[in-house]
Write a protein that binds this ligand. Structure first.
Ligand code: BG6
Length: 289
């Protein structure tokens, strides 16, 4: 399928009717729906989906830089680039395809003028899969195909759709250290129990457990974020003032979104020539009655 700008999108569906939509612009998941058709990811009504503008919503991939931690544009270039569908990806032996709908995308340094802004030769293979249970999994493999090492950071900047930011809580980050992006990346230790929200938050939690949960009482649903190879967790909500300052986010929309990202930020990943890194993010939904 194509969007209104003519950008190719891939639609995955499982036999029960759950679906995932991925845009080649950014290799970005734009929609994740349950079998009943409920949308689980937030996308702004004001999102600008015209390449190379990054799309406000879904799961933008921040790579090879997170935020302003480096000399590249905010969150790196991967989310602005056109990815390709890869028909013959390198084998992924640990992947069980039973009952899964999936697609392989690739971003290569040679495809684009990325080497001008980031002088390294890489291949970024992304497999997006939708399970029979409706779970969404993103497996990223970054490979160094050059003769000198390079380092990168990565985040799956996941915009969850929530009922009301004042009603949700995040568990799994208790007692962790975090870097506060609002306070010049200063390091603090989380004191409270579950995380609740009453103002802007922009943090990188360090070395979290492999599962983090977002509880949404009003909608009686919980998102489980399971991750491998992604030690850090970004938590971001712009709140009212910053929302007003973002042209592609409605003034009130911050209430209905929460970014919780599986990420590797504090300790960038270094790949020697020929080496490959794998990171995996699995999202699932638990309904309560
Ligand atoms: C967060 C950053 O993770 O992403 C914020 O720490 C930033 O500073 C936010 O505002 C959104 O970034 P962008 O580039 O998509 O507006």
């Amino acid at each position: 399928v194509k969007d209104k700008n003519g950008t190719d999108q891939v639609l995955l569906q499982n036999p029960k009717g759950a679906s995932v939509k991925i845009s080649l612009h950014g290799g970005q998941v734009l929609s994740w729906k349950t079998e009943r058709g409920d949308e689980l990811l937030f996308t702004s009504a004001k999102a600008n989906s015209k390449p190379p503008h990054p799309v406000r919503g879904g799961i933008p991939i921040c790579f090879p830089q997170f935020g302003t931690r480096g000399s590249l544009e905010q969150h790196g270039f991967a989310r602005n680039k056109m990815w390709l569908v890869e028909n013959d990806p390198p084998a992924l032996p640990s992947f069980d395809s039973t009952g899964k709908a999936y697609v392989d995308l690739v971003l290569k340094s040679s495809d684009e003028d990325t080497t001008r802004i980031w002088p390294h030769c890489f291949e970024f293979h992304l497999r997006v899969s939708l399970g029979l249970d409706g779970n969404l999994t993103l497996i990223s493999r970054v490979r160094n195909i050059n003769s000198k090492p390079f380092s990168f950071s990565i985040a799956y900047h996941t915009y969850f759709s929530i009922s009301d930011i004042s009603e949700v809580r995040v568990e799994g980050l208790e007692t962790l250290d975090y870097l506060d992006n609002m306070l010049d990346k200063e390091r603090f230790t989380e004191q409270g129990d579950a995380l609740t929200f009453e103002s802007e938050i922009d943090r990188v939690y360090l070395n979290s457990k492999d599962v983090v949960a977002v509880f949404d009482h009003e909608r009686k649903r919980t998102f489980l974020i399971e991750k491998e190879g992604l030690p850090d967790v970004v938590v971001w909500n712009p709140w009212d003032k910053k929302a007003k300052a973002l042209p592609d986010l409605g003034d009130e929309e911050y209430k209905h979104m929460l970014c919780v990202d599986g990420a590797a930020i504090e300790k960038p990943i270094t790949l020697k020539p020929g080496e490959e890194w794998t990171g995996k993010l699995s999202l699932s939904l638990v309904l309560s009655t």
